[in-house]
Design a protein around this ligand. Structure first.
Ligand code: ADP
Length: 543
C-alpha cells in the first residue's frame, strides 16, 4: 500500500523558489578582480538566474544540454548555478586550474554545447576554445570589458529577456542538474552527473546540526572553488536556508581571504587544508590584525586536516575547524567530524585526536570497509578500502563503461581510500590506496606521517611519498617546506616523529624544497613528487 503523500519534486528550481519568496532581501557579496565589492540581494540573483534560464532556452538549449562554466567564485557564477538547471540544462563547471588539454578533453567528453567564460579567464579559454564544438560562447564581463568577436555578452543576454516570461520548468527530480569531473589526482578525469534530487537532499544534509549546520543566520564564504565539487554544495545549501553569501572572486591568497572574512563578518567558510595552513601562519605572526570573532567554523576537507593545525587554530586563535571527508562522486559530503556528546568533557588531546579523524557518515550515506579477508570489523584498527552508498552517491561515471569496476556488484562505490572504522562509525582515513607506502610487505600511512611532521613548529607543509627501494620494495621519503625564517634538520624532524611511530615507519630521510606542487584543487600533487624522487634509493637523487 503506497503512502498518501505528495510527489513533491526535489529540484534546484524548488530551492530558488524558496529563496525568492523567503529571503529576497538577504545579501550576496562578491569581491571583484579589482577588489572592490559588488553587493546585491537574493531577489536580484533570482531574477537574473531566471532570465539566464529564459535566455538559454531562446538560444536553443534543450533539456539535458550541458552548459560549461569557466569562472571564479562570484555572483554571476551563482546565477549560472541556478539558471542552467532551471532551464533544464546541466551545469558543467570546468576546473580552471587544469591544463588546456584536460579542459578540451573534459568539455568534449561531456559534449558541452554552451559555455560561460569569465573575462579574467579568457586567455585560458582561447587555449582550448577551438578544440571543443561549442554552439554558443557567452562572455561574463567581470572586469567590464567588451565581448570578443563571436561571443555573446552575458549582461546583454540577460537584458534581452523579460523575467515575467519565465515559467517554472516541469522537471523530474531524477533529471541531471549538474556535472563535475574528478580533478584527476588519480588517472584520467571522470564525469559525475548529479541529479536535482541528489543536490537538493545534499543541501538539506549540509544544513543538519551535526553536519555543517548552515542556517539563515550564517554568512557563508566558500573558499573551495565553484568549479570543484560544486563548492561542496554550499551555494545551494546557503540559498535553501537564506544565509548571506560572500564570494572571494579570484583572490584566494590567505591574506586577502582573512581581510574578507573579517570585513564581511563571515561565520562559516570552507576549503582544502593548504589554504588554512597559510592562514594559520599569518595569524600566528599577526594575532591581533584580524577580527574573526564572527567565525564559528572553518570546514576543512579534500585532504586530511593535520591535528596540529586543528589544535593551533583553536588554542592560539579560538577558531574551530570542522573536518569533513568527501569526494566529487558524493556531491561531495561523506563524513563529518563533529565532536560527539560522549567526548564533550574529554581531555583536549582526546578531542583533537577525534577531530583529526574524518568522522561518521552523514545521514543517508553508509560506509563499510573491505580488505582481502572481506568486510572489515569496526574496531578502529583493521584497515581496508572504504566503500560507500547513499542518496547522493554516484551510481556510475558519465559515459565511462570502462570505469565500472569502481562499483561493487551489490551497488556500493569503491572510494580508493584506505580506512579503519571505529566502533561508533567514525572513519579514520589512513591513505589513498595509491599513496600508501608498501614497505617489506607492510603498509605505512603517508597521511599519519605528514600530519605528525606538520605538527613540528618549523614545518609549513609536508608530503610523504613512497619511493622504490631495492630491499624493501618502497620506503617513505618526506618532502618538507619550512616556514619562513625557521630551520630544522632532517635528523631533528625524524626525531620529532620517533616517539609516535614504529621504527620502520620513519622516513629514511627528509628532502627540503621551496614548495610542494599542488593539484588543481590545491592538494599536494604527490604524483609529481613521486616522479621527481623516483630514483632516490635506486640511482641518482632524482631531485
Ligand atoms: P581528486 O581525486 O581529484 O582529489 P576529489 O576532490 O573528489 O578528487 O577528492 C576526493 C579524495 O580526497 C578522497 O578520495 C580522499 O582521498 C581525499 N579526501 C577528501 N577529504 C579528505 C579528508 N578529510 N581527509 C583525508 N583525505 C580526504
Amino acid at each position: 500500500m503506497d503512502g498518501l503523500i505528495m510527489d513533491y519534486q526535489l529540484t534546484i528550481p524548488a530551492i530558488l523558489r524558496r529563496a525568492a519568496s523567503l529571503y529576497a532581501e538577504k545579501e550576496i557579496v562578491t569581491q571583484r578582480p579589482d577588489k572592490s565589492l559588488h553587493r546585491y540581494q537574493y531577489a536580484d540573483m533570482v531574477s537574473r538566474a531566471r532570465r539566464l534560464a529564459l535566455a538559454l532556452r531562446k538560444l536553443g538549449l534543450t533539456d539535458g544540454d550541458r552548459v560549461g562554466t569557466l569562472a571564479w567564485n562570484h555572483y554571476q557564477h551563482l546565477e549560472a548555478y541556478f539558471g542552467i538547471p532551471c532551464a533544464g540544462g546541466v551545469l558543467h563547471t570546468l576546473n580552471l586550474r587544469l591544463h588546456e588539454d584536460d579542459l578540451a578533453y573534459i568539455a568534449s567528453h561531456a559534449e558541452d554545447r554552451f559555455v560561460l567564460v569569465d573575462e579574467t579567464l579568457w586567455d585560458l579559454f582561447e587555449k582550448f576554445r577551438d578544440r571543443v564544438a561549442w554552439n554558443k560562447v557567452i562572455w561574463i564581463p567581470t572586469r567590464g570589458g567588451a565581448a570578443p568577436e563571436g561571443t555573446i555578452d552575458y549582461e546583454e543576454l540577460l537584458a534581452s529577456v523579460d523575467e515575467s516570461d519565465f515559467e517554472e520548468p516541469d522537471l523530474d527530480e531524477r533529471q541531471a542538474a549538474a556535472m563535475c569531473y574528478t580533478s584527476g589526482t588519480t588517472g584520467r578525469p571522470k564525469g559525475v552527473l548529479y541529479s536535482h534530487r541528489a543536490m537538493a537532499l545534499h543541501s538539506l544534509g549540509t544544513c543538519l546540526s551535526d553536519s555543517l549546520a548552515v542556517s539563515e543566520s550564517d554568512t557563508v564564504l566558500p573558499v573551495v572553488p565553484m568549479f570543484h565539487a560544486n563548492a561542496w554544495g554550499l551555494p545551494y545549501a546557503a540559498a535553501l536556508v537564506g544565509s548571506k553569501q560572500v564570494f572571494p572572486g579570484p583572490h584566494l591568497d590567505p591574506s586577502s581571504l582573512l581581510d574578507l572574512l573579517a570585513s564581511e563578518r563571515v561565520t562559516l567558510t570552507a576549503g582544502v587544508p593548504t589554504i588554512w595552513l597559510g592562514m594559520l601562519q599569518i595569524l600566528d605572526e599577526h594575532p591581533k590584525r584580524y577580527d574573526l570573532s564572527a567565525l564559528r567554523a572553518m570546514v576543512v576537507g579534500g585532504s586530511a586536516a593535520p591535528r596540529a593545525m586543528i589544535e593551533g587554530f583553536w588554542q592560539r586563535h579560538g577558531l574551530r575547524i570542522v573536518h569533513a571527508w568527501g569526494m566529487t562522486e558524493l556531491c561531495p559530503l561523506g563524513t563529518i567530524s563533529t565532536l560527539p556528546s560522549k567526548l564533550r568533557d574529554a581531555p583536549p588531546a582526546e578531542q583533537f585526536s577525534r577531530m583529526a579523524k574524518q568522522g561518521p557518515p552523514v545521514p543517508f550515506v553508509e560506509v563499510r570497509g573491505r580488505n582481502e579477508q572481506g568486510l572489515i570489523p569496526w574496531d578502529g584498527k583493521t584497515v581496508g578500502e572504504l566503500e560507500v552508498r547513499g542518496v547522493w552517491v554516484a551510481s556510475a561515471y558519465y559515459n565511462r563503461p570502462d570505469a565500472q569496476d569502481s562499483f561493487t556488484d551489490d551497488g556500493w562505490f569503491r572510494t580508493g581510500d584506505i580506512v579503519a572504522i571505529e566502533p561508533d562509525g567514525c572513519v579514520h582515513l589512513q591513505d589513498r590506496a595509491k599513496d600508501v607506502i608498501k614497505s617489506g610487505g607492510e603498509w605505512i600511512s603517508s597521511v599519519a606521517l605528514e600530519n605528525a611532521l606538520m605538527g613540528h613548529p618549523a614545518v609549513a607543509e609536508a608530503a610523504v611519498i613512497p619511493v622504490a627501494h631495492p630491499k624493501w620494495d618502497e620506503r617513505p621519503l618526506a618532502v618538507v617546506v619550512l616556514k619562513d625564517g625557521q630551520s630544522a634538520s632532517a635528523d631533528e624532524l625524524i626525531e620529532h616523529l620517533r616517539p609516535h611511530f614504529a621504527k620502520w615507519w620513519l622516513p629514511d630521510t627528509v628532502e627540503f624544497v621551496e614548495q610542494i606542487p599542488k593539484t588543481s584543487a590545491g592538494k599536494f600533487l604527490k604524483t609529481a613528487l613521486r616522479e621527481q624522487f623516483r630514483d632516490y634509493f635506486t640511482g641518482g637523487t632524482g631531485s
